[in-house]
Design a protein around this ligand. Structure first.
Ligand SMILES: [Cu+2]
Length: 182
């Protein structure tokens, strides 16, 4: 009995030792080095091209037009009144016309004027020369024109004394007219 027991111990001990040895001597399992997972490198974000912003031109403020100063109206120089000739009394008009019967005639046959008024006598007879003389009813000379060629005008003054005067031509006795001075 004693032998079997001893053998059993030895076996047991060897087993124990071998077990220990197995435990000690056993290599550690290979450590799997985790390969780094291939990181999918996201491409660097392409910077989006800056959208060219069309610069909206800021509208220039419309300059407020300066109020045009109303032109000061230059005083129009009042036209200096042209010196009017000293107003002379309106001249009366006596025309001498051709007359086949009396050689000539005064038109108008009776002319009424103011005392001293100018009388514009024109010989409108294209053929003959005439004059226009004034005389009183008594035959006194009261003025008149010189002998006028056809187309000639002479201005004389009426007698200063009111009354009725005879108008006659020194060249043609049948020419007769009347001048009334008022
Ligand atoms: Cu005459």
């Amino acid at each position: 009995m004693r032998t079997k027991l001893g053998a059993a111990v030895l076996v047991g001990a060897s087993l124990l030792l071998s077990g220990c040895g197995a435990v000690v001597g056993g290599g550690s399992p290979p450590i799997s080095v985790p390969t780094s997972a291939p990181q999918t490198m996201a491409p660097p974000p392409i910077p989006s091209a800056p959208v060219p912003t069309t610069p909206t031109p800021t509208p220039e403020p419309t300059p407020t037009p300066e109020p045009t100063p109303s032109a000061t109206p230059t005083a129009t120089p009042s036209a200096s009144p042209s010196p009017t000739a000293t107003p002379s009394p309106q001249a009366a008009v006596l025309s001498i016309v051709n007359d086949t019967v009396k050689d000539g005639a005064y038109d108008p046959a009776t002319l009424t004027v103011a005392a001293g008024q100018p009388i514009q006598v024109t010989n409108n007879d294209p053929f003959l020369q005439h004059d226009a003389k004034f005389r009183t009813a008594g035959g006194a000379d009261a003025g008149g024109t010189a002998i006028l060629q056809p187309g000639v005008t002479e201005t004389v003054e009426a007698p200063a004394t009111a009354g009725s005067y005879e108008v006659f031509c020194t060249l043609h006795r049948r020419m007769a007219g009347t001048l009334v001075v008022q």
